[in-house]
Design a protein around this ligand. Structure first.
Ligand code: CDT
Length: 311
């Protein structure tokens, strides 16, 4: 049996700080139109795909940056994406910054949504693993203030869409095996994730040369170990003087990369993904019911940091 989903990894080149949301949405619409010509079912955009990666700058008053957040989805700037989805009969995953008022309190999250071919939101995910730091650290060549600009989400979900079990994650989530495993335990067949990864990591410059290797390593391992497709999509290139990795890739449940972007600009990588390929991994090597030993994994959910038992 085969259940095919045609997927596009819709990489974006840099988004300038002064680029308007309308200009960015026009770039996303160009991707949707081009993807439709190639019979794509769902287009995956990057993390924070509507703006520049603003957590690289500190502002004493957090609300100075409220212009980078969406207070409604769809909103006036993003409605054309939903209209195009319904008109073209094409779905999309979109990462953006969310600002909501809940119980009278302003809350900010780094989120993604999954939109189906009717232009309806079928799921929303709030990023769990926020990297970087929560205070101004001016010694850095540039900052990574996600812990300042966002609250963490608390759940990895899956949604029924495009004929399969779809999961969502965002950027740093892809480095953590727990991300994929929790979705794997919910039967995920395709994990969509957008990312913004600078080549240079100020606290660990010795890793810089390995940034692309690590990018693919974690996504390929997550795919194989959970028998799932993974679609990882970058915002790439030199954004406000910061070099971001590209390397957007579509990865099969075998762990193999089956399509990838080769530039640092706006580019589509497309693959015909058979969701039934997941079965051969989920029912053999990674038959969870048969082989997992949760009784040996208690620390994974009860303890955060590493503790040497005899120290
Ligand atoms: N956006 C995001 O999550 N980026 C991180 C950068 C880590 S370096 C502080 C990533 O994991 O790629």
């Amino acid at each position: 049996m085969s259940r095919f989903v045609n997927v596009a990894a819709a990489q974006l080149g840099p988004i300038a700080r002064n680029e308007t949301k309308k200009q960015v949405v026009d770039r996303l619409l160009a991707h949707l139109h081009q993807a439709k010509k190639m019979d794509v079912d769902v287009v995956v955009f990057p993390e924070l795909a509507l703006t520049t990666f603003f957590p690289r700058w500190f502002s004493e008053d957090i609300s100075d940056f409220d212009c980078f957040y969406e207070t409604q989805m769809p909103g006036p700037d993003t409605q054309p994406l939903f209209d195009a989805a319904a008109r073209l009969q094409i779905g999309f995953y979109l990462g953006y910054a969310e600002l909501v008022i809940e119980n009278g309190v302003k809350r900010r999250f780094n989120v993604s949504i999954l939109v189906d071919k009717t232009g309806t939101i079928v799921g929303k995910y709030r990023k769990v693993h926020l990297p970087g730091h929560g205070q101004d650290e001016p010694w850095r060549a540039f900052q990574h203030l996600e812990k300042y600009y966002f609250e963490p989400g608390h759940e990895f979900g899956v949604w029924s869409a495009f004929g399969g079990v779809m999961g969502m994650a965002l950027c740093n989530d892809r480095r953590w095996s727990e991300t994929y495993r929790v979705m794997g335990l919910k039967g995920v067949e395709m994990v969509m994730l957008g990312y913004n990864t600078p080549v240079h990591n100020p606290p660990a410059p010795e890793h810089d040369d390995l940034s692309m290797f690590h990018n693919h390593l974690v996504m390929q391992a997550g795919a194989y170990q959970n028998g799932t497709w993974v679609v990882g999509v970058a915002k790439a290139g030199s954004e406000e003087g910061i070099e971001m990795i590209g390397g957007s890739a579509i990865i099969a449940p075998s762990g193999e990369i089956v399509a990838a972007c080769s530039t640092k600009g706006d580019e589509l990588a497309i693959a015909r993904c058979d969701l039934d390929l997941c079965h051969s991994y989920k029912s053999t090597t990674f038959n969870f019911e048969r082989h997992r030993r949760p009784e040996a994994y208690g620390l994974i959910s009860s303890q955060r940091g590493a503790v040497v038992p005899w120290a």
